[in-house]
Ligand binder design. Structure first.
Ligand code: SAM
Length: 344
Protein backbone atom coordinates (compact mmCIF):
# COMPACT_ATOMS: atom_id res chain seq x y z
CA UNK A 1 0.00 0.00 0.00
CA UNK A 2 1.53 3.28 -1.03
CA UNK A 3 0.44 6.83 -0.45
CA UNK A 4 0.27 9.23 -3.40
CA UNK A 5 3.92 10.07 -4.10
CA UNK A 6 4.80 13.65 -3.11
CA UNK A 7 5.64 14.62 -6.69
CA UNK A 8 2.17 13.53 -7.85
CA UNK A 9 0.29 15.08 -4.93
CA UNK A 10 -0.74 18.24 -6.75
CA UNK A 11 -4.31 18.23 -7.99
CA UNK A 12 -4.14 17.91 -11.77
CA UNK A 13 -6.69 17.24 -14.51
CA UNK A 14 -5.02 13.87 -15.12
CA UNK A 15 -5.41 12.75 -11.51
CA UNK A 16 -9.02 13.92 -11.37
CA UNK A 17 -9.84 12.20 -14.66
CA UNK A 18 -8.32 8.96 -13.46
CA UNK A 19 -10.37 9.11 -10.26
CA UNK A 20 -13.53 9.75 -12.26
CA UNK A 21 -13.12 6.76 -14.52
CA UNK A 22 -11.34 4.16 -12.41
CA UNK A 23 -14.62 2.34 -11.69
CA UNK A 24 -14.63 1.33 -15.36
CA UNK A 25 -11.42 -0.61 -14.77
CA UNK A 26 -13.11 -2.28 -11.80
CA UNK A 27 -16.00 -3.28 -14.06
CA UNK A 28 -13.63 -4.67 -16.69
CA UNK A 29 -11.70 -6.82 -14.23
CA UNK A 30 -14.90 -8.06 -12.62
CA UNK A 31 -16.44 -8.91 -15.98
CA UNK A 32 -13.34 -10.72 -17.18
CA UNK A 33 -13.33 -12.86 -14.05
CA UNK A 34 -17.07 -13.51 -13.99
CA UNK A 35 -17.30 -14.44 -17.66
CA UNK A 36 -14.33 -16.79 -17.29
CA UNK A 37 -12.21 -14.99 -19.91
CA UNK A 38 -8.96 -15.77 -18.08
CA UNK A 39 -9.90 -19.43 -17.71
CA UNK A 40 -10.70 -19.49 -21.44
CA UNK A 41 -7.12 -18.37 -22.21
CA UNK A 42 -5.49 -20.72 -19.69
CA UNK A 43 -4.72 -23.39 -22.30
CA UNK A 44 -3.00 -20.89 -24.62
CA UNK A 45 -3.57 -17.93 -26.99
CA UNK A 46 -6.92 -17.74 -28.77
CA UNK A 47 -8.89 -15.42 -31.06
CA UNK A 48 -11.88 -13.42 -29.86
CA UNK A 49 -14.40 -15.75 -31.57
CA UNK A 50 -12.88 -18.78 -29.86
CA UNK A 51 -12.92 -17.08 -26.47
CA UNK A 52 -16.52 -15.95 -27.10
CA UNK A 53 -17.56 -19.54 -27.85
CA UNK A 54 -15.77 -20.83 -24.74
CA UNK A 55 -17.41 -18.30 -22.39
CA UNK A 56 -20.79 -18.33 -24.14
CA UNK A 57 -20.79 -14.62 -25.06
CA UNK A 58 -21.23 -12.51 -28.19
CA UNK A 59 -18.11 -12.36 -30.46
CA UNK A 60 -18.19 -8.57 -30.86
CA UNK A 61 -18.72 -8.01 -27.13
CA UNK A 62 -15.88 -10.40 -26.37
CA UNK A 63 -13.52 -8.72 -28.86
CA UNK A 64 -14.16 -5.29 -27.33
CA UNK A 65 -13.77 -6.70 -23.82
CA UNK A 66 -10.49 -8.46 -24.71
CA UNK A 67 -9.08 -5.28 -26.24
CA UNK A 68 -9.99 -3.30 -23.12
CA UNK A 69 -8.47 -6.00 -20.88
CA UNK A 70 -5.34 -5.78 -23.05
CA UNK A 71 -5.39 -1.98 -22.57
CA UNK A 72 -5.31 -2.71 -18.82
CA UNK A 73 -2.49 -5.28 -19.39
CA UNK A 74 -4.50 -8.15 -17.95
CA UNK A 75 -4.23 -9.97 -21.28
CA UNK A 76 -1.80 -9.52 -24.17
CA UNK A 77 -3.03 -8.75 -27.67
CA UNK A 78 -0.91 -10.11 -30.52
CA UNK A 79 -2.66 -9.26 -33.79
CA UNK A 80 -6.09 -10.84 -33.45
CA UNK A 81 -4.98 -13.41 -30.84
CA UNK A 82 -5.06 -12.91 -27.11
CA UNK A 83 -2.98 -14.48 -24.34
CA UNK A 84 -2.76 -14.16 -20.56
CA UNK A 85 -0.50 -11.33 -19.32
CA UNK A 86 2.33 -12.18 -16.92
CA UNK A 87 0.93 -13.17 -13.54
CA UNK A 88 -2.62 -13.72 -14.82
CA UNK A 89 -2.31 -17.51 -14.93
CA UNK A 90 -1.36 -17.52 -11.27
CA UNK A 91 -3.85 -14.94 -9.98
CA UNK A 92 -6.82 -14.96 -12.35
CA UNK A 93 -7.24 -18.58 -13.48
CA UNK A 94 -9.52 -20.58 -11.20
CA UNK A 95 -7.90 -23.59 -9.62
CA UNK A 96 -4.50 -21.88 -9.26
CA UNK A 97 -3.38 -22.13 -5.60
CA UNK A 98 -2.83 -18.34 -5.55
CA UNK A 99 -6.19 -17.56 -7.27
CA UNK A 100 -7.26 -14.04 -6.34
CA UNK A 101 -10.07 -13.45 -8.85
CA UNK A 102 -12.80 -14.50 -6.40
CA UNK A 103 -12.10 -11.33 -4.43
CA UNK A 104 -14.03 -9.37 -7.08
CA UNK A 105 -17.21 -10.73 -5.51
CA UNK A 106 -16.24 -8.98 -2.28
CA UNK A 107 -14.13 -5.90 -3.00
CA UNK A 108 -15.78 -5.17 -6.38
CA UNK A 109 -19.22 -6.46 -5.36
CA UNK A 110 -22.55 -4.77 -6.01
CA UNK A 111 -23.04 -4.83 -2.23
CA UNK A 112 -20.10 -2.51 -1.66
CA UNK A 113 -20.76 -0.41 -4.74
CA UNK A 114 -24.46 0.03 -3.90
CA UNK A 115 -23.53 1.03 -0.37
CA UNK A 116 -20.99 3.58 -1.65
CA UNK A 117 -23.44 5.05 -4.14
CA UNK A 118 -25.01 7.11 -1.37
CA UNK A 119 -21.84 8.14 0.41
CA UNK A 120 -23.22 11.65 0.39
CA UNK A 121 -26.26 10.51 2.41
CA UNK A 122 -24.02 8.62 4.85
CA UNK A 123 -21.82 11.67 5.33
CA UNK A 124 -24.93 13.79 6.02
CA UNK A 125 -26.26 11.26 8.53
CA UNK A 126 -22.94 10.11 9.99
CA UNK A 127 -23.70 6.45 9.30
CA UNK A 128 -25.38 3.98 6.97
CA UNK A 129 -28.53 5.08 5.11
CA UNK A 130 -28.91 1.69 3.37
CA UNK A 131 -31.96 -0.58 3.87
CA UNK A 132 -29.57 -3.46 4.48
CA UNK A 133 -26.02 -3.11 5.67
CA UNK A 134 -23.15 -4.96 7.32
CA UNK A 135 -25.06 -5.05 10.61
CA UNK A 136 -28.28 -6.52 9.22
CA UNK A 137 -28.73 -10.02 10.71
CA UNK A 138 -28.31 -12.63 7.97
CA UNK A 139 -26.98 -10.12 5.38
CA UNK A 140 -26.25 -12.16 2.21
CA UNK A 141 -22.96 -10.31 1.60
CA UNK A 142 -21.38 -12.19 4.50
CA UNK A 143 -22.09 -15.49 2.74
CA UNK A 144 -20.12 -14.29 -0.29
CA UNK A 145 -17.38 -13.00 2.01
CA UNK A 146 -17.17 -16.35 3.83
CA UNK A 147 -16.99 -18.22 0.51
CA UNK A 148 -14.44 -15.96 -1.20
CA UNK A 149 -12.06 -14.53 1.38
CA UNK A 150 -10.81 -17.61 3.25
CA UNK A 151 -7.57 -18.26 1.31
CA UNK A 152 -6.24 -14.70 1.61
CA UNK A 153 -6.52 -14.85 5.40
CA UNK A 154 -4.18 -17.84 5.74
CA UNK A 155 -0.95 -15.85 6.43
CA UNK A 156 -2.73 -13.71 9.05
CA UNK A 157 -4.31 -16.79 10.65
CA UNK A 158 -0.86 -18.41 10.83
CA UNK A 159 0.62 -15.30 12.43
CA UNK A 160 -2.14 -15.14 15.05
CA UNK A 161 -1.71 -18.86 15.78
CA UNK A 162 2.08 -18.37 16.16
CA UNK A 163 1.46 -15.60 18.69
CA UNK A 164 -1.05 -17.69 20.63
CA UNK A 165 1.32 -20.66 20.61
CA UNK A 166 3.75 -18.51 22.62
CA UNK A 167 1.34 -18.26 25.53
CA UNK A 168 -1.18 -21.10 25.68
CA UNK A 169 -0.31 -24.66 26.79
CA UNK A 170 0.53 -27.20 24.09
CA UNK A 171 -2.56 -29.43 24.46
CA UNK A 172 -6.04 -29.69 22.91
CA UNK A 173 -7.74 -26.31 23.37
CA UNK A 174 -11.30 -25.09 23.58
CA UNK A 175 -11.57 -22.27 21.03
CA UNK A 176 -14.41 -19.76 20.56
CA UNK A 177 -14.47 -17.88 17.23
CA UNK A 178 -16.75 -14.82 17.41
CA UNK A 179 -18.07 -13.68 14.00
CA UNK A 180 -16.27 -16.69 12.55
CA UNK A 181 -17.28 -16.16 8.89
CA UNK A 182 -15.30 -18.68 6.78
CA UNK A 183 -13.89 -20.14 10.03
CA UNK A 184 -10.23 -20.14 8.92
CA UNK A 185 -8.94 -18.48 12.09
CA UNK A 186 -10.42 -21.04 14.47
CA UNK A 187 -9.59 -23.95 12.17
CA UNK A 188 -5.95 -22.86 11.93
CA UNK A 189 -5.64 -22.82 15.73
CA UNK A 190 -7.40 -26.21 15.95
CA UNK A 191 -5.01 -27.75 13.43
CA UNK A 192 -1.95 -26.39 15.28
CA UNK A 193 -3.22 -27.90 18.56
CA UNK A 194 -4.54 -31.33 17.51
CA UNK A 195 -7.68 -32.48 19.34
CA UNK A 196 -8.91 -28.90 19.88
CA UNK A 197 -12.59 -28.02 19.52
CA UNK A 198 -13.92 -24.82 17.94
CA UNK A 199 -17.24 -23.09 18.64
CA UNK A 200 -18.15 -20.70 15.82
CA UNK A 201 -20.59 -17.84 16.36
CA UNK A 202 -22.16 -16.05 13.39
CA UNK A 203 -25.52 -15.62 11.71
CA UNK A 204 -27.11 -18.93 10.62
CA UNK A 205 -26.76 -18.28 6.85
CA UNK A 206 -22.99 -17.78 7.27
CA UNK A 207 -22.56 -20.77 9.59
CA UNK A 208 -23.80 -23.07 6.80
CA UNK A 209 -20.63 -22.08 4.90
CA UNK A 210 -18.44 -22.32 8.02
CA UNK A 211 -19.56 -25.92 8.60
CA UNK A 212 -18.97 -26.81 4.93
CA UNK A 213 -15.40 -25.53 5.28
CA UNK A 214 -14.95 -27.49 8.55
CA UNK A 215 -16.15 -30.67 6.81
CA UNK A 216 -13.71 -30.12 3.92
CA UNK A 217 -10.83 -29.79 6.39
CA UNK A 218 -11.83 -32.95 8.25
CA UNK A 219 -12.82 -30.95 11.33
CA UNK A 220 -16.59 -31.54 11.25
CA UNK A 221 -16.69 -33.52 14.49
CA UNK A 222 -14.68 -30.89 16.36
CA UNK A 223 -16.53 -27.78 15.18
CA UNK A 224 -19.85 -26.68 16.68
CA UNK A 225 -21.89 -23.57 15.98
CA UNK A 226 -23.83 -20.96 17.93
CA UNK A 227 -26.14 -19.18 15.47
CA UNK A 228 -27.16 -15.65 16.39
CA UNK A 229 -25.99 -12.30 17.67
CA UNK A 230 -22.53 -12.49 19.23
CA UNK A 231 -23.48 -9.62 21.56
CA UNK A 232 -26.33 -11.56 23.17
CA UNK A 233 -25.93 -15.29 22.33
CA UNK A 234 -25.12 -17.78 25.07
CA UNK A 235 -21.43 -18.38 24.35
CA UNK A 236 -20.97 -21.39 26.66
CA UNK A 237 -17.36 -21.97 27.69
CA UNK A 238 -15.09 -21.19 29.34
CA UNK A 239 -12.54 -21.25 26.51
CA UNK A 240 -8.75 -21.35 26.28
CA UNK A 241 -8.80 -19.08 23.23
CA UNK A 242 -11.43 -16.56 22.11
CA UNK A 243 -10.98 -15.08 18.62
CA UNK A 244 -12.28 -11.65 17.56
CA UNK A 245 -11.07 -11.17 14.02
CA UNK A 246 -11.82 -8.36 11.59
CA UNK A 247 -14.97 -7.14 13.28
CA UNK A 248 -13.82 -4.46 15.70
CA UNK A 249 -13.89 -1.86 12.89
CA UNK A 250 -17.60 -2.59 12.35
CA UNK A 251 -18.49 -0.92 15.61
CA UNK A 252 -17.90 2.18 17.68
CA UNK A 253 -15.18 2.11 20.31
CA UNK A 254 -17.82 1.62 23.02
CA UNK A 255 -19.56 -1.27 21.26
CA UNK A 256 -16.24 -2.95 20.44
CA UNK A 257 -15.22 -2.66 24.08
CA UNK A 258 -18.48 -4.46 24.94
CA UNK A 259 -17.60 -7.21 22.44
CA UNK A 260 -14.08 -7.59 23.81
CA UNK A 261 -15.51 -7.71 27.35
CA UNK A 262 -17.75 -10.60 26.23
CA UNK A 263 -14.66 -12.33 24.85
CA UNK A 264 -12.80 -11.71 28.14
CA UNK A 265 -15.78 -13.03 30.10
CA UNK A 266 -15.72 -16.32 28.16
CA UNK A 267 -12.03 -17.02 28.97
CA UNK A 268 -10.89 -19.92 31.14
CA UNK A 269 -8.11 -19.14 33.65
CA UNK A 270 -4.88 -18.66 31.69
CA UNK A 271 -6.82 -18.22 28.44
CA UNK A 272 -6.08 -15.71 25.70
CA UNK A 273 -8.13 -13.46 23.43
CA UNK A 274 -6.75 -13.25 19.88
CA UNK A 275 -7.65 -10.16 17.88
CA UNK A 276 -7.06 -9.27 14.24
CA UNK A 277 -7.85 -5.66 13.51
CA UNK A 278 -7.51 -3.06 10.83
CA UNK A 279 -5.51 -0.36 12.62
CA UNK A 280 -4.96 3.29 11.67
CA UNK A 281 -1.39 4.33 12.47
CA UNK A 282 -0.21 7.72 13.69
CA UNK A 283 1.14 8.75 10.27
CA UNK A 284 -2.12 10.34 9.10
CA UNK A 285 -4.12 9.72 5.91
CA UNK A 286 -1.54 11.01 3.44
CA UNK A 287 1.16 8.55 4.47
CA UNK A 288 -1.17 5.77 5.63
CA UNK A 289 -4.16 5.97 3.25
CA UNK A 290 -5.70 2.47 3.43
CA UNK A 291 -7.35 2.66 6.88
CA UNK A 292 -8.89 6.03 6.03
CA UNK A 293 -10.27 4.77 2.73
CA UNK A 294 -11.61 1.64 4.43
CA UNK A 295 -13.33 3.74 7.10
CA UNK A 296 -15.49 5.16 4.30
CA UNK A 297 -16.87 1.67 3.67
CA UNK A 298 -17.65 1.45 7.37
CA UNK A 299 -19.35 4.86 7.21
CA UNK A 300 -21.74 3.81 4.44
CA UNK A 301 -22.27 0.32 5.80
CA UNK A 302 -22.48 0.47 9.58
CA UNK A 303 -24.04 2.79 12.14
CA UNK A 304 -20.81 3.74 13.88
CA UNK A 305 -17.90 1.63 12.61
CA UNK A 306 -14.50 2.93 11.56
CA UNK A 307 -10.89 1.79 11.55
CA UNK A 308 -9.69 2.43 15.10
CA UNK A 309 -6.28 3.78 16.04
CA UNK A 310 -3.66 1.89 18.04
CA UNK A 311 -4.47 4.09 21.01
CA UNK A 312 -8.17 3.17 20.67
CA UNK A 313 -7.24 -0.55 20.64
CA UNK A 314 -5.34 -0.01 23.88
CA UNK A 315 -8.36 1.76 25.44
CA UNK A 316 -10.79 -0.91 24.19
CA UNK A 317 -8.77 -3.85 25.51
CA UNK A 318 -8.18 -2.11 28.86
CA UNK A 319 -11.88 -1.20 29.07
CA UNK A 320 -12.72 -4.87 28.47
CA UNK A 321 -10.50 -5.93 31.38
CA UNK A 322 -7.75 -7.23 29.09
CA UNK A 323 -4.02 -6.70 29.00
CA UNK A 324 -2.27 -6.81 25.60
CA UNK A 325 0.45 -9.44 25.68
CA UNK A 326 1.83 -9.41 22.13
CA UNK A 327 1.10 -7.31 19.06
CA UNK A 328 2.40 -7.59 15.49
CA UNK A 329 1.69 -5.86 12.22
CA UNK A 330 0.81 -8.27 9.42
CA UNK A 331 3.66 -7.83 6.88
CA UNK A 332 2.54 -5.64 3.97
CA UNK A 333 -0.99 -5.11 5.30
CA UNK A 334 -2.53 -2.50 7.62
CA UNK A 335 -3.71 -5.24 10.02
CA UNK A 336 -2.51 -5.88 13.51
CA UNK A 337 -2.65 -9.21 15.25
CA UNK A 338 -2.69 -9.15 19.02
CA UNK A 339 -3.11 -11.47 21.94
CA UNK A 340 -4.42 -10.41 25.32
CA UNK A 341 -5.08 -11.98 28.71
CA UNK A 342 -7.30 -10.99 31.58
CA UNK A 343 -5.79 -8.02 33.40
CA UNK A 344 -4.68 -8.36 37.01
C1 SAM B 1 -15.59 -9.13 8.24
S1 SAM B 1 -16.36 -10.66 8.58
C2 SAM B 1 -15.13 -11.42 9.61
C3 SAM B 1 -15.06 -12.91 9.40
C4 SAM B 1 -13.82 -13.55 9.98
N1 SAM B 1 -13.80 -13.44 11.43
C5 SAM B 1 -12.55 -12.94 9.41
O1 SAM B 1 -11.72 -12.47 10.18
O2 SAM B 1 -12.38 -12.91 8.19
C6 SAM B 1 -17.59 -10.23 9.74
C7 SAM B 1 -18.46 -11.39 10.18
O3 SAM B 1 -19.18 -10.95 11.33
C8 SAM B 1 -20.47 -11.48 11.30
N2 SAM B 1 -21.28 -10.65 12.19
C9 SAM B 1 -21.46 -9.30 12.13
N3 SAM B 1 -22.22 -8.88 13.15
C10 SAM B 1 -22.52 -10.00 13.88
C11 SAM B 1 -23.26 -10.22 15.07
N4 SAM B 1 -23.83 -9.19 15.73
N5 SAM B 1 -23.35 -11.48 15.54
C12 SAM B 1 -22.77 -12.52 14.89
N6 SAM B 1 -22.04 -12.37 13.77
C13 SAM B 1 -21.92 -11.13 13.27
C14 SAM B 1 -20.83 -11.41 9.83
O4 SAM B 1 -21.92 -12.26 9.50
C15 SAM B 1 -19.51 -11.82 9.18
O5 SAM B 1 -19.44 -13.20 8.96
Amino acid sequence: VTAVAPDTAAVTRERLYRMMRVYKETSLLRTGVRLGVFDALAAGPAGADEVAARVGADPRGTRLLLNALAALRLVRADGDRYALADGAAELLVTGSPAYYGGMVDVVASDYEWDALRDLEGAVRRGGSVADQDAETPGYAYWETFARSVGPVTVPTANLLTDLLAGSVPDRPLKVLDLAAGHGIYGFTVAERFPGSTVTCVDWPNVLDITTTHARRRGLADRVSTVPGDMFTADLGGPYDVVLVTNVVHHFSEERSTELLARAAGALAPGGRVGVVGFVAGDEGPELDPEPHLFSILMLVWTSAGEVHTEAAYRRMTAGAGLEIEASRQVPGLPFHVLTARRAG
